[in-house]
Ligand binder design. Structure first.
Ligand code: SAM
Length: 279
C-alpha cells in the first residue's frame, strides 16, 4: 500500500484547511453501522477494500472504531486509512496504527493519492463555507474507485443526533437522519445537525424544511404510540411520512434504529445540479 500522502504521482499537497479537532469515542457509531449495512456489498465486492476516514481530529479513536466495525460486520481484510490535514494530529495517531489494516497519514480532499472505495468525512465540511462543499465533493469523489461512494455528514458531540449524505461521482444520492430515540424530543432538533449543504436551506419553501416539518407532525401525531416505546413511535412517524409521498429509501429494520433515508432530489436545495455526469 502506498503511504498516505504519497500515492499515485508521488508527493501530494493536502487540499483544505486545519479546523477544530473535536472528537469523542463512539460518536460515529450510527453512521458506521449504516455504512456496514448499506455499503457492505460495495465493500465486499471491492477488489481493493480500502476505506478512507478524512479529518479524524485530535484523536484517532473514531478511525479505530470504523476499522473494527467494518472488519467485524463486512470483511476482516478491510483496510482503513485515517487522513488528517494537521500534521500534529497525524503524529499523535501513530501509536494507534495496526498496519496494513489501519494506518494514518497526512492528506486533504485529494485523499493523498489513495484510491478508496469508500470515504467517510464526518464533521469536516461543516467548518467550511457552503460554496466550498461541492468542489470538495468533486475532489473526493474524483479520487474514488469506480462505483465508490463518499459518506459526508455531521453529528452532535455524543453522536445522538446525526445527518449524512451518500455522495457518488454524480453528486448526492440520499440524505439520512438518525437519532437516539430514547432522548429525542422532536425530529426538529435534527435540523441543527444537517450537512453544510442543507443547513442554510432549512427555511419555508424548501424540501428539507418540508421534510423536517413532516417528521415533526408525524412524531406529534404518533404520540399515543410512545407507550409502546420510542421505536414504535418513530416507526409510525416514518410510515406517515412515506404515506404522504416522501421517497423513503430504507426499510423498517433501519427505522427501528432511529433512522430515515430519503432520496436526494426531495431535499436538494433550489438550483441544485449534479456534481458531474456519471463516469
Ligand atoms: C471536528 S474534527 C472531526 C473529527 C471526527 N471526524 C469526528 O467526527 O469526530 C474535524 C477535523 O477535520 C480536519 N480537516 C479539516 N479539513 C480537512 C481536509 N480538507 N482534509 C483532512 N482533514 C481535514 C481538521 O483538521 C479536524 O481535525
Amino acid at each position: 500500500m502506498p503511504p498516505a500522502g504519497a500515492g499515485r504521482g508521488g508527493a501530494v499537497r493536502p487540499v483544505g484547511a486545519v479546523t477544530r479537532g473535536t472528537t469523542t469515542p463512539n460518536r460515529l457509531r450510527r453512521v458506521d453501522n449504516w455504512i456496514a449495512a448499506t455499503c457492505g456489498d460495495l465493500l465486499r465486492d471491492a477488489h481493493d477494500p480500502l476505506v478512507v476516514d478524512l479529518g479524524y481530529g485530535a484523536s484517532p479513536v473514531t478511525v479505530v472504531e470504523l476499522r473494527a466495525r467494518l472488519a467485524a460486520a463486512v470483511r476482516p481484510d478491510v483496510r482503513v486509512v485515517g487522513l488528517e490535514i494537521d500534521p500534529v494530529r497525524v503524529a499523535a495517531a501513530a501509536p494507534a496504527a495496526d498496519p496494513p489494516w489501519l494506518v494514518f497519514g497526512r492528506g486533504g480532499f485529494e485523499l493523498a493519492g489513495l484510491r478508496p472505495v469508500l470515504v467517510r468525512a464526518f464533521n469536516v465540511l461543516r467548518q467550511y463555507a457552503e460554496p466550498e462543499v461541492a468542489p470538495a465533493w468533486r475532489t473526493m469523489t474524483g479520487a474514488l474507485q469506480p462505483g465508490g461512494v463518499l459518506v459526508e455528514g455531521t453529528c452532535d458531540e455524543l453522536g445522538r443526533l446525526a445527518c449524512w449524505l451518500l455522495v457518488d461521482a454524480t453528486g448526492p444520492r440520499s440524505l439520512t437522519l438518525a437519532a437516539r430515540l430514547s432522548t429525542l424530543d422532536s425530529p426538529a432538533t435534527l435540523a441543527e445537525r444537517l450537512p453544510k449543504t442543507l443547513i442554510h436551506h432549512n427555511v419555508p419553501g424548501t424540501g428539507v424544511h418540508a421534510l423536517i416539518r413532516a417528521l415533526e407532525e408525524g412524531w406529534r401525531d404518533a404520540a399515543p404510540y410512545a407507550t409502546f416505546g420510542p421505536r414504535q413511535r418513530w416507526r409510525r412517524t416514518v410510515e406517515a411520512v412515506r404515506a404522504a409521498g416522501w421517497p423513503v429509501l430504507d426499510r423498517p429494520a433501519r427505522w427501528r434504529l432511529g433512522e430515515v433515508t430519503v432520496a436526494w432530489p426531495a431535499v436538494a436545495p433550489p438550483g441544485d445540479s449534479p456534481v458531474r455526469e456519471p463516469r
